[in-house]
Design a protein around this ligand. Structure first.
Ligand code: PMP
Length: 404
């Protein structure tokens, strides 16, 4: 048997199941419900251009390396943003990362050794699963229902875990989750924070979508609840400017205790030394210019309208055949076919009809639920959404009759 030159985790690696859909995207006329991309029409190009001009006017100093922890101006602006979300964070509690994706990867490097247990809500964000697989973690799935992670199941998993199989981390997207769009109830948030504190386990609250709510009232981040517990806050908070401002900036951040920030900064030193200082300064200028609240408000309204268009159209075209709960924010609808379709048949029929979604299997570490799919309404406009759902319905019916 020939010996692999690669590290074990990379001997036979599986790439991102979502990025593997990219070749289909370039087909002419394809309507995509697949990516988690913000709508290009909602990105504030003019505002970012003005911020960039002010940054470049500062002279060649901006072309230098920056501090690994992040540009002071951005850490301050992000601390104010956290404050607006109900999280008390000083600039030094924040590590700026190259997308929030990097923040989770740093946490995995800092906390997880091969064989360590990590709990994830299931279904879960695929890049999280990928990072954990590459780290050799033992992934345990905690199911979700319409209100997010099942805390009753989590509680019994934790109660029954032997001391050496307690999870190093519990990963969740509690606010308008990816992929389900669910919102973890306030009661479950408090239960999750106190369970984690009681068992000495860290919760990673990944929150790229929380600001994209369709209702006027915000929910309190789990991090804020954790900070009010008598013991040290068990919740590490991750967020990102990708969904609200611009994914191309690659600006995310982590709020964590000093000892975690210090270790993650050391891990980051060997990865990229620092997040692009130019991107950070542009982001800081933008946030300080006061345009951000309006930009987010526009996105909320538009995504709310697109979500409603998709839900209405699914009901009109496929009511009874596909189950889908309207989310209260974010970018995703999780849908479940109610018929027993042959595996892969719906996806292939959709590709033939010119519409894409992400098959649900991408979001499970094991035992994927058949007939599930993630639909994003964020990037296509309302007309494209209507046409895309018409195609989905035609594909559904042809997959159904092919299976008979
Ligand atoms: N977490 C979740 C749940 C996401 O959906 C995404 C983006 N798809 C990310 C993290 C990563 O975002 P970024 O690296 O662009 O900040």
């Amino acid at each position: 048997m020939s010996h692999s030159p690669y590290a074990a985790a990379f001997a036979e690696p599986a790439g991102s199941p979502i990025r593997e859909l990219f070749p289909y995207l370039s087909r002419p006329g394809m309507i995509s419900f697949a990516g988690g991309y913000p709508s290009p029409t909602l990105l504030d190009g003019a505002g970012i251009e003005q911020a960039a001009q002010r940054v470049f006017a500062q002279g060649a100093g901006i072309l230098q390396y920056g501090a690994t922890e992040g540009a002071p101006a951005l850490r301050e602006a992000l601390a104010r943003l956290c404050d607006a979300r109900g999280i008390e964070a000083k600039p030094e509690d924040i590590l700026v990362t190259t997308g929030s994706q990097q923040a989770f990867d740093l946490l995995v490097r800092v906390f997880v050794e091969p064989g360590d247990v990590v709990y994830v809500e299931s279904p879960s964000y695929p890049a999280t699963l990928q990072a954990l697989r590459l780290a050799g973690a033992r992934i345990e799935q905690v199911p979700v229902d319409d209100q997010g992670m099942r805390i009753d199941v989590l509680e019994s998993l934790l109660a029954n875990a032997p001391a050496d199989a307690l999870p190093k981390l519990i990963y969740t997207v509690p606010t308008y989750s990816n992929p389900c769009g669910t919102l973890l109830s306030q009661e479950r948030r408090a239960q999750l924070a106190s369970l984690a504190a009681r068992h000495g386990v860290i919760v990673v609250e990944d929150d790229p979508y929380g600001e994209l709510r369709f209702s006027p009232t915000a929910v309190e981040p789990i991090h804020a609840l954790g900070a009010r517990l008598p013991s040290a806050n068990p919740v590490i908070y991750l967020s990102s400017l990708s969904k609200t401002l611009a994914p191309a900036l690659r600006v995310g951040w982590m709020v964590a205790p000093a000892e975690v920030i210090r270790r993650c900064a050391i891990a980051k030193q060997t990865t990229d030394l620092c997040t692009s200082p130019i991107a950070q300064l542009i982001a800081a200028e933008y946030l300080n210019a006061g345009r951000y609240p309006d930009t987010v408000e526009r996105a909320r309204r538009e995504y709310g309208a697109r979500m409603q268009a998709m839900v209405d159209m699914l009901q009109a075209e496929l009511g009874g055949r596909i189950r889908a709960n309207p989310p209260e924010g974010g970018m995703f609808i999780w849908a479940e076919a109610q018929d027993d379709l042959a595996p892969g048949a719906l996806f292939q029929a959709c590709v033939d009809q010119g519409v894409l979604f992400v098959p649900g299997a991408a979001f499970y570490a094991a035992n994927p639920k058949a007939g599930t799919m993630r639909l994003s309404y964020a990037a296509p406009n309302v007309d494209q959404i209507r046409e895309g759902v018409r195609r989905l319905a035609a594909a559904y019916n042809s997959a159904l009759s092919a299976g008979k």
